[in-house]
Design a protein around this ligand. Structure first.
Ligand SMILES: *Cc1c(COP(=O)(O)O)cnc(C)c1O
Length: 360
């Protein structure tokens, strides 16, 4: 058994695991389960500071991103894809898959989006139906100022889609204040439930755009409109994964009860960045550090694989490499959700220090 200190999936607390073992009712037929689902969605909205309706979908975080794009995109729609990271760029795949025309706003992968430059770009280019962006782009750990970005996009009437899968519940995220039309989350990052669920908050403006489409949404599973009036009709579009939702609810209640959560993430993020630099690592980012994950460059004379293997085999701790353009160049420590506790972070950093000393 390894201690997982990866940037998702994260450690799962015992009460979440226990909740997933509760006796199940028939979630398609039991009126009590419709109340339970709706109350769980309302808790998500509350924790994300929004009046927007939340929906929980059976499927991983990626399904949430695809559902947002599938539901908004009509063939020929112009979409702005904000690309300063692997997930940021990746949104373009979903947009084009559903017939949208992508314009990239590409910026450095080693810092957060600069608001002045972004505002200048929008002055010249703002003929878009919606824009996609990532709050914490996990492969690099960059944290973008999505609230300001979305407010600025709204000035031009552009709808906003934010992937906050690896930031929400570990970094502040104010969906209504930030004018985020669709915010996407996942169960297995800072919320610390096992993988399996995605959830989205959807604004009335986004719903209206979906309802007024000329061409129907080219998906069933990724169609957010199929949830319309599910509570009034007491009908889910497909059978809800009830045990996953029991676990998610408990994880949300854990998050709500943990008043110190964001402060702790900030403290441990800072501590981790300080310690890795003291041991001689260089941070991948120049600025825009997210407090849920720390990304460092692989030092000269070592490989990412060596470090990860030694952490696993000699210290029984799993940290992560990265992928796409970052593969092999960096390693990542996930200090989010249940991972974000003093003891585990200290143990991980001590182990990493021992590994580095051995290879020097
Ligand atoms: C983890 C993550 C997702 C979801 O990816 P999965 O492969 O489904 O885990 C989406 N966006 C970001 C930024 C993530 O970190």
């Amino acid at each position: 058994m390894y201690k997982i200190m990866t940037p998702g999936p994260t450690q799962v607390r015992e009460n979440v695991r226990m909740a997933r073992s509760l006796v199940c009712t028939n979630p398609d037929l039991d009126p009590g389960f419709f109340d339970y689902y709706k109350e769980t969605c309302e808790l998500i909205s509350e924790l994300l500071h929004t009046e927007n309706e939340a929906l929980i979908l059976g499927g991983e975080g990626i399904l949430g991103l695809e559902a947002a794009c599938a539901s908004l995109t009509e063939p020929g729609d112009k979409v702005l894809v904000i690309d300063n990271g692997v997930f940021g760029k990746g949104f373009a795949d979903f947009v084009t898959m559903y017939g949208g025309e992508v314009t990239y706003y590409t910026a450095s992968y080693t810092r957060e989006i600069d608001m002045a430059a972004f505002s200048d770009f929008l002055k010249e280019h703002h003929d878009f139906k919606y824009a996609t962006m990532v709050h914490c782009d996990t492969p690099s750990g960059v944290l973008n100022p999505v609230e300001e970005m979305c407010q600025e996009l709204h000035r031009y009437g552009i709808l906003t889609v934010v992937d906050a899968v690896s930031s929400m519940f570990g970094e502040p995220l104010m969906v209504d204040y930030g004018e985020i039309d669709i915010a996407c989350g996942g169960s297995q990052k800072a919320l610390s439930a096992p993988p399996g669920l995605t959830f989205l908050t959807v604004s009335e403006a986004a719903k209206k755009v979906m309802e007024k489409r000329r061409i129907p949404i080219a998906s069933f599973y990724a169609n957010l409109l199929v949830f319309k009036d599910y509570y009034e009709k007491q009908w889910f579009p497909y059978t809800m994964p009830i045990s996953d939702i029991y676990g998610l609810r408990t994880a949300l209640e854990n998050a709500k009860a943990d008043k110190n959560r964001l402060v702790r993430h900030a403290r441990l993020g800072e501590l981790t960045r300080k310690r890795v630099q003291e041991m001689g690592f260089e941070l991948y980012l120049e600025s825009g550090y997210c407090n849920t994950v720390t990304v460092v460059k692989v030092p000269e004379g070592m490989t990412a694989e060596q470090i990860l293997d030694a952490m696993r085999n000699e210290h029984h701790i799993m940290i992560a490499g990265s992928f796409d353009v970052m593969a092999g160049h960096v390693i990542r420590i996930g200090h989010m959700g249940e991972n974000a506790n003093e003891a585990d972070v200290a143990e991980t950093l001590d182990a990493l220090e021992a590994v580095v000393r051995k290879y020097r």
